[in-house]
Design a protein around this ligand. Structure first.
Ligand SMILES: Cc1cc2nc3c(=O)[nH]c(=O)nc-3n(C[C@H](O)[C@H](O)[C@H](O)COP(=O)(O)OP(=O)(O)OC[C@H]3O[C@@H](n4cnc5c(N)ncnc54)[C@H](O)[C@@H]3O)c2cc1C
Length: 331
């Protein structure tokens, strides 16, 4: 009997409450699976995994492949890629999706190499075509074109997908799934790479993709000090802070805060845009914001034209005025 096709989603559960890309991919996989009559599966590797296994089932996975051992406690791209490739060689998924997180970007090419298959990186769309192939849509030529890529022969068809593109399915406590465990195939005690210490980066915006309010700043904010004031405004409005590329290059913001083609795609209910010109590489990632308030000295800036409310003013001054007013109201 021909085995049912499987769509696998790699379970990236680090920073779980901020990083929802695995759940978003499971949600999309459920949609794709209907078209090719496939089973949606998650792959979970690590230590003490019950919580994540339960979450993935509750969000749509019908089968979960698990490799669990204390030596797998720390995320390690090489080891996780080796184990995922092992699982794939045995169970032969048709499709394997990975979140384009910093880890996913390091991990997925290693898995593809081991499985001798292709990989489309940083996809912004996925669909099934008339031949039941996965159409992987990814920006190319510096973001000026979107390319539809298929993998006609090699399996699995592999793609990394940016966080924030697809929507997760709401948690269903009644959902049931099958758990398949694989024992560690080799002794990993002599691994070449060991994590000695890890530290959280200060000011790192972890949940831009999921934030209901985002305050995004561009070069027009004027100085690092004024940019840092935005964090105070963010604290008062329960917002997350994002930045354009020049600010990341200047070292005012971490790469995790970059909004745009080379960074994160956001879809907040409210986007405050301070001193942002609106280059295509940036606006492509904010198109889905429901309501945009832009502040810019130049009324003709693209961002001002996109905005629902466009304020022609100095970005730093508007930020300070908002902080003052909000503090008065909170008191
Ligand atoms: C391959 C590639 C990938 C890229 N990826 C990204 C990406 O992911 N994200 C990204 O952001 N960019 C990206 N870029 C860069 C992008 O093209 C733009 O250069 C960048 O977005 C511009 O940032 P900005 O709006 O902060 O600066 P600018 O374009 O310099 O705009 C500054 C704005 O501030 C306004 N301003 C000036 N003074 C004030 C003031 N006092 N008060 C209010 N407003 C003021 C100006 O009128 C202007 O509109 C990419 C470029 C390339 C080639």
């Amino acid at each position: 009997m021909k085995q049912k096709l499987e769509i696998w989603v790699f379970g990236d559960y680090r920073n779980y409450f901020q990083n929802r890309v695995t759940l978003q991919l499971i949600g999309k996989a459920v949609e794709l699976a209907k078209e090719i009559k496939a089973t949606v599966c998650a792959v979970v590797i690590g230590h003490e995994l019950d919580e994540w296994i339960g979450e993935y089932i509750a969000h749509g996975a019908r089968r979960v492949y698990v490799v669990e051992d204390p030596v797998l406690k720390e995320y390690d791209a090489a080891t996780y890629a080796f184990l995922t490739a092992r699982l794939a060689e045995v169970h032969k998924p048709d499709i394997l999706l990975v979140g384009a997180t910093s880890f996913g970007r390091e991990f997925a090419p290693r898995v593809a190499k081991r499985l001798k298959t292709g990989l489309t990186a940083d996809c912004v769309g996925l669909a099934i075509d008339q031949d039941s192939l996965l159409v992987q849509t990814a920006p190319s030529f510096g973001g000026n074109l979107l390319a539809d890529i298929v993998t006609p022969k090699q399996r699995p068809q592999m793609a990394t997908v940016r966080p924030g593109i697809f929507r997760e399915i709401p948690h269903n406590y009644e959902a049931k799934g099958k758990i398949i465990r694989m024992p560690l195939p080799i002794d990993l005690s002599s691994r070449r790479l060991r994590l000695r210490k890890s530290e959280r980066q200060p000011h790192q915006s972890k949940k831009l993709e999921d934030a209901a309010i985002v305050i995004c700043s561009g070069r027009g904010i004027g100085s690092r000090k004024k940019f840092n004031n935005l964090y105070e405004l963010a604290g008062l409005t329960d917002a997350e802070v994002g930045a354009t590329r020049p600010l990341v290059y200047a070292g005012w913001a971490g790469h995790d805060s970059l909004v745009g083609q080379a960074g994160k795609i956001i879809r907040p209910k409210i986007l405050f845009s301070f001193g942002v010109s609106g280059a295509i590489q940036h606006t492509a990632a904010v198109n889905d914001a429901e309501f945009i308030i832009a502040v810019n000295k130049n009324p003709k800036a693209t961002m001002m034209k996109m905005a629902d409310v466009a304020i022609v003013a100095d970005a730093g001054q508007v930020c300070s005025a908002l902080i003052r007013e909000l503090k008065k109201r909170i008191r």
